[in-house]
Ligand binder design. Structure first.
Ligand SMILES: C[S@@+](CC[C@H](N)C(=O)[O-])C[C@H]1O[C@@H](n2cnc3c(N)ncnc32)[C@H](O)[C@@H]1O
Length: 255
């Protein structure tokens, strides 16, 4: 990608086309422009505000508890494959995090978002609903928590070690009026795990099995489902693979 002239970048930032906005944001992130840093930052905010205006209808329906989940899924699936995740992230207002890059946490994996395909797999397979609780262990921007809450009505919690991500995700939840969503700062290897019915992990740490092992006391009190990449079940005799999977994501349940 070559440097974009300022006028073209401005046009893309204000475009009604998600592909243009994604391109503008990438150019700003990669420094492929000749704007002063303050002007680039201001234009990045224009991209985000344009996206919020474009998605005002669906964001209003989430706030008003009137979201037609099937219609939203159909809208997302109608977008070109390579833009679907960006579209969802724009709707949730997590597509344009601060421009400063964040170092991965010590011993952990830095933020990389799950895809909407994984979210839809969880929503389709998990026992979720208004009386259920979902927890994402290592929640980053909050994408999975926000999407699961909006699509299923479940109470949803994200645990995240990086407090900047916790603040970012909390603001996104507030802007969507998702009062049953919360984000807590904590180290999933050591801090208390919120009790829940469904847990999700997208490789937050290299040895996810040690994090899942900490769920056993919860599983002794209530049946739980765990969505994670392949786990060594010899270390987790209280958990069984259901055989359901999507890409890297496997579904387990307590026995
Ligand atoms: C690969 S990202 C996944 C983000 C989100 N779950 C998703 O699927 O979109 C992993 C996240 O785990 C967080 N993380 C890494 N180590 C952690 C730890 N020990 N405790 C809590 N969060 C951690 C990272 O900061 C990052 O946001």
């Amino acid at each position: 990608m070559s440097e974009l002239p300022a006028a073209e970048l401005e046009r893309l930032a204000r475009s009604g086309d998600v592909a243009d906005r994604a391109l503008a944001a990438s150019a700003i992130r990669l420094g492929l422009h000749d704007l002063e840093p303050a002007a680039a930052r201001a234009l990045y905010d224009v991209v985000r505000r344009t996206a919020l205006t474009e998605h005002d209808d669906v964001r209003r329906s989430i706030r008003g508890r009137a979201l037609d989940a099937n219609a939203l899924v159909a809208r997302v699936l109608a977008a070109p494959l390579e833009l679907r995740d960006h579209l969802v992230e724009e709707i949730l207002d997590v597509a344009y995090p601060p421009l400063e890059s964040r170092a991965p946490p010590p011993g952990g994996v830095g933020y990389v978002p799950s895809g909407i395909a994984e979210v839809l797999f969880v929503v389709g397979q998990a026992r979720l609903g208004p009386d259920r609780t979902f927890v994402d262990l290592g929640s980053g921007s909050g994408k999975v928590v926000l999407a699961v809450a909006a699509l299923s009505g479940a109470r949803a919690i994200g645990v995240e070690i990086d407090e900047a991500w916790v603040r970012f995700a909390t603001a996104a939840a507030a802007s969507l009026g998702l009062e049953r969503v919360s984000f807590v700062a904590g180290d999933i290897r050591a801090s208390p795990t919120p009790p829940a019915d469904v847990y999700y992990l997208y490789i937050p740490v290299l040895r996810s099995v040690e994090v899942v092992a900490r769920l056993e006391p919860v599983a002794r009190r209530r049946p739980i489902q765990v969505f994670a990449s392949s786990l060594d079940l010899e270390r987790l005799p209280w958990l069984r693979a259901t055989g359901a999977s999507s890409y890297w994501l496997e579904m387990y349940e307590s026995v």
